[in-house]
Design a protein around this ligand. Structure first.
Ligand code: DQA
Length: 140
């Protein structure tokens, strides 16, 4: 059994209701239930926060307990030196995911502070971005 942690940043608690033309109509809960059903031999933990420091705390506290972390830092992707530093500080591999393709959106979304510290980034495949990240982590 492998343990994987998914961390979602701000406003991703509103998935399904938030800008559905960009982020889709499916809630994260329904994706999570599907992933847990599909990978019932693995443990998939989930943490969401709208607060930068809580995401830093979660990354620090999780180090060493998971095969990998799937992180969608949401808007903090484009602003947070603290989250980037936390990823650099821990040993656990982190995959950056985005539902939309930030490179095809406003220019302020083109910069990712976390990208240099993750093992890879997956963007633009809707909620499937998480499935792709999970299947990669489980294959390691
Ligand atoms: C996002 C893209 C970010 O630019 C945005 O701030 C989000 C969601 C995505 O998953 O597509 O909140 O990370």
């Amino acid at each position: 059994m492998n343990k994987v942690l998914i961390i979602n940043g701000p406003n991703l608690n509103l998935l399904g209701k938030r800008e559905p033309d960009i982020y889709g109509k499916e809630s994260f809960d329904s994706l999570l239930s599907m992933l847990r059903r599909q990978h019932s031999d693995h443990q998939i933990d989930y943490f969401q926060s709208n607060h930068e420091g809580e995401i830093v705390d979660q990354l620090q506290q999780s180090d060493g307990s998971y095969k990998g972390i799937i992180l969608n830092p949401a808007a903090y992707t484009h602003t947070s030196v603290a989250i980037a530093d936390a990823i650099a500080a821990i040993e656990t591999p982190v995959i950056e995911v985005h539902i939309s393709n930030p490179m095809a959106r406003e220019s302020f979304r083109h910069k990712s502070f976390v990208a240099p510290y993750v093992i890879g980034s997956i963007s633009g495949f809707g909620l499937k971005s998480y499935e792709l990240a999970l299947s990669h982590l489980l294959s390691l």
